[in-house]
Design a protein around this ligand. Structure first.
Ligand SMILES: [Ca+2]
Ligand SMILES: [Ca+2]
Ligand SMILES: [Ca+2]
Length: 443
């Protein structure tokens, strides 16, 4: 193991510098046959001779593997500091919002109007926040969503307050977030892989795609994937692409057929069972606009002339400007109750906290690998030995495999094992009754 700890970092670094730049010329004098014969001074005129080159090569090959190279010491230039290379992690506490999704009493008419009694009975989500969380400025316009389901569809409705409704894209599978848009993300089994994304603008143009893995884990995003049978409609409360008047906003109404969503549900399921919880998020991309020659155009920074960055307002903040952190998305629990006919509580589960604890291993392994060029099986090395995880036997067992690593965490009752691995996928295996130990050994 190559690790000297923080106290020795600078010593190691400067010892190498000393060897390479000052000592090697003297060694050349002592061993003239091994190096250059003429050394006029302790100058920096070293070259790739037989003495200095091993030292220099050693420094090049060896130092990047040490803690010294990742020091946050002020003596090191910034490109040596690990803060620059840190794997981006959510900078907010783990507190995903939740929503109980009730059944619709009859099929909804997907026309953008949220006039159905069922919609009126469904509750709004919390108002959307900046994607980085509550520490960022409150969104300029209110955005909220609702959900319902029946035997054939998962329904989503959204209300987007907006004083200037505009859109440009009319072709399916265009990059819709280049316009103001509303976006839906659905990870049915919550494993953070194989999830759906849909974006829609105020024209009702959609972009639907399937993410095999988040981009951070290599993707890819399958743009050619289409939600066959998707019903999508938008209603503009005001005028579209007409500056000069003040609009109120736009509403979105969507019906996702289970027939398509089942592709990423656990095998054998056509739709969720009552009580199932899915990971879902909604996002709204919003640009600042100016009016020029009677048309909207995206606002630019007057000093640089560049387009101003868009705002991302979401239901479940991820704590960084990246929606593709499915571990931060909201939990949607499907209820068998008809909307308006009784109330069901959302079931908070210890598994959620345990999954978050395992996710820390994923984040830490990313950093550990960046520094050490290997993964760790040692929870102390990852700095996570002291985590407390209720109802689970922390620490998990971590195994480094030929192509990565895998961690598994057993519940106190021995009936559940949670897994996470190098590519970020999280999953669960349930074990039953007396055979628990035996089954566990098999996994
Ligand atoms: Ca409707
Ligand atoms: Ca999934
Ligand atoms: Ca598509």
């Amino acid at each position: 193991m190559i690790s000297w700890g923080k106290n020795n970092k600078e010593k190691i670094f400067f010892t190498y510098l000393f060897c390479v730049f000052f000592l090697s010329p003297f060694l050349s004098l002592i061993f003239p046959d091994q190096g250059r014969k003429t050394v006029r001074s302790c100058s920096f005129s070293i070259s790739y001779d037989s003495i200095s080159s091993p030292l220099l090569s050693g420094a090049i090959l060896f130092l990047p593997k040490t803690e010294a190279f990742n020091s946050s010491s002020p003596f090191f230039p910034s490109f040596f500091k690990d803060s620059e290379d840190r794997f981006p992690v959510p900078k907010i506490p783990f507190a995903p919002p939740n929503y109980v999704c009730y059944r619709a009493s009859s099929p909804l008419k997907i026309d953008g109007h949220l006039e159905e009694t069922d919609w009126k009975r469904a509750r709004w989500t919390e108002d959307f926040l900046d994607i980085e969380g509550e520490s960022r400025p409150k969104p300029r316009f209110r955005t909220r969503a609702k959900m319902l389901w029946d035997d054939n569809y998962f329904y989503v409705a959204a209300d987007l307050e907006e004083k200037d409704v505009w859109a440009t894209l009319t072709e399916r599978d265009s990059i819709i977030y280049l316009d103001n848009d509303f976006e839906v993300f659905i990870d049915p089994d919550g494993d953070s892989h194989e999830y759906y994304e849909l974006e829609i603008n105020a024209f009702g143009t959609v972009w639907d795609l399937l993410l095999i893995r988040p981009y951070r884990d290599g993707g890819p995003a399958v743009h050619a994937w289409d939600i066959r049978g998707l019903k999508a409609a938008v209603k503009v409360d005001g005028t579209i692409n007409k500056p000069g008047d003040k609009d109120k906003g736009w509403t979105v109404e969507l019906a996702f057929p289970w027939e398509v969503l089942k592709e990423c549900i656990h095998p054998g399921k056509l739709k969720p069972d009552p009580g199932d919880q899915w990971r879902v998020n909604f996002s709204r991309v919003e640009y600042r606009v100016n009016v020029k020659d009677g048309r909207y155009e995206k606002a630019k920074d007057p000093s640089s002339g560049r387009l101003l960055a868009e705002d991302n307002w979401v239901w479940a903040p991820t704590g960084l400007i990246n929606i593709h952190y499915p571990e931060m998305w909201g939990y949607v629990q499907f209820s068998e109750k008809i909307v308006g006919q009784g109330k069901e509580e959302f079931q908070l589960s210890f598994e959620q906290d345990a999954s978050w604890a395992l996710r820390q291993i994923y984040y830490r392994q990313k950093d550990f690998f960046a520094r050490q060029r290997r993964y760790s099986e040692n929870i102390e090395e990852l700095g996570l030995a002291k985590l407390k995880v209720e109802k689970y036997r922390w620490p998990p067992e971590i195994k480094v495999t030929w192509n990565g690593w895998e961690a598994r965490l057993l519940s106190e009752d021995g009936r559940t094992i949670l897994f996470i691995r190098e590519d970020g996928r999280f999953w669960k295996s349930s074990l039953e009754g007396k055979e628990t130990k035996e089954e566990e050994d098999k996994i």
